[in-house]
Design a protein around this ligand. Structure first.
Ligand SMILES: [Ca+2]
Ligand SMILES: [Ca+2]
Length: 300
């Protein structure tokens, strides 16, 4: 993009036209002042138009540069320097238009997304799949991203079984906050008979698939942690805060008839004492870079 060039006369006109304003230019015995103010008005309008149209279309910097060029050209073309100056304002506006929009956190057009909960005051599944969801003893409190589901003994977000829960790969990713250690275990997510994501003992975070376990011990209480279980290609992986901490061999889940639960075992018991936020379950093995980004890390 090329910035408009202002003549010296234009700059003078700009100074008068802008600093004096319409109310006062009439008192200045210079015709240029009057011309500058009029031309500036035209240039300004064109510049703003360029920025506005490119921003609304969301076409990014390329079209944005076109908008700036139009504003600048009109400004220079005007008799007054103030036109060119305001034209540059159009260029600034176009720069802010940004690129292609990011998909939403819960993208209902993503066929691999089986369930998605943001817990913004409700336990609504926003995956676009047909899931029957039944929350029990769940309230909503501060989370890592807006609100979170707050759970305690007897709490769960139950999801009925459906054919799409029979998978050969999967990813469960979420933020959790644990308030106390379990008597036996606490469920983060369980797809009954297929796979699970639990906390045992004194903060022993476990991805379970059949007899295989990928785990990390001594996880802290009262701390928000991003955690993910990923299964694909015969490997079960646990990620903590976007970094893989263990990988073990495992067999793929077999088709079954199990129900699912967020925040407890399925079908019941072993509830989490704590909070969950931004829970997503997929029928694919998400990449290390995907998990790293979901955890909010840089340089993934
Ligand atoms: Ca949330
Ligand atoms: Ca179970």
């Amino acid at each position: 993009m090329r910035a408009p060039r202002l003549s010296y006369a234009g700059l003078v006109a700009l100074a008068f036209g802008v600093s004096c304003g319409l109310d006062s230019y009439g008192s200045i015995p210079m015709a240029e002042g009057s011309d500058g103010a009029a031309a500036g008005s035209t240039g300004g309008a064109d510049g703003a138009g360029g920025a506005s149209s490119s921003g609304a279309a969301g076409n990014g910097p390329t079209v944005g540069a076109g908008g700036a060029g139009t504003g600048g050209t009109d400004g220079v073309g005007g008799a007054g320097g103030s036109g060119g100056s305001v034209g540059m304002g159009g260029a600034t506006g176009a720069g802010g238009s940004g690129g292609m929009p990011e998909p939403p956190f819960c993208d209902p057009t993503d066929a691999s997304l089986l369930a998605c909960f943001r817990f913004e005051g409700d336990a609504k599944d926003e995956s676009g799949k047909t899931n029957t969801v039944t929350p029990t003893n769940v309230t909503f409190k501060a989370g890592v991203d807006g609100q979170a589901a707050d759970l305690k003994a007897g709490s769960q977000v139950f999801i009925d079984d459906a054919p799409h829960w029979d998978v050969t790969e999967y990813t469960v990713e979420l933020w959790y906050y644990q308030r106390s250690h379990p008597g036996t275990r606490m469920g983060l997510f369980d797809s009954d008979g297929r796979y699970g994501f639990f906390i045992y003992g004194q903060g022993d975070l476990q991805c379970t698939r059949g007899g295989a376990i990928a785990n990390m011990q001594n996880m802290p209480l009262d701390t928000w942690t991003h955690a993910a279980c990923v299964f694909g290609g015969g490997k079960l992986r646990l990620y903590v805060n976007g970094t893989q901490v263990e990988e073990v061999d495992a067999m793929a889940p077999v088709a079954g008839s199990g129900s699912n639960a967020v925040g407890s075992n399925a079908p019941d018991n072993d509830s989490l004492d704590g909070r969950l936020d931004n829970v997503r379950i997929w029928n694919v093995a998400r990449s290390a870079a995907d998990i790293c980004k979901a955890a909010g890390q840089q340089g993934c």
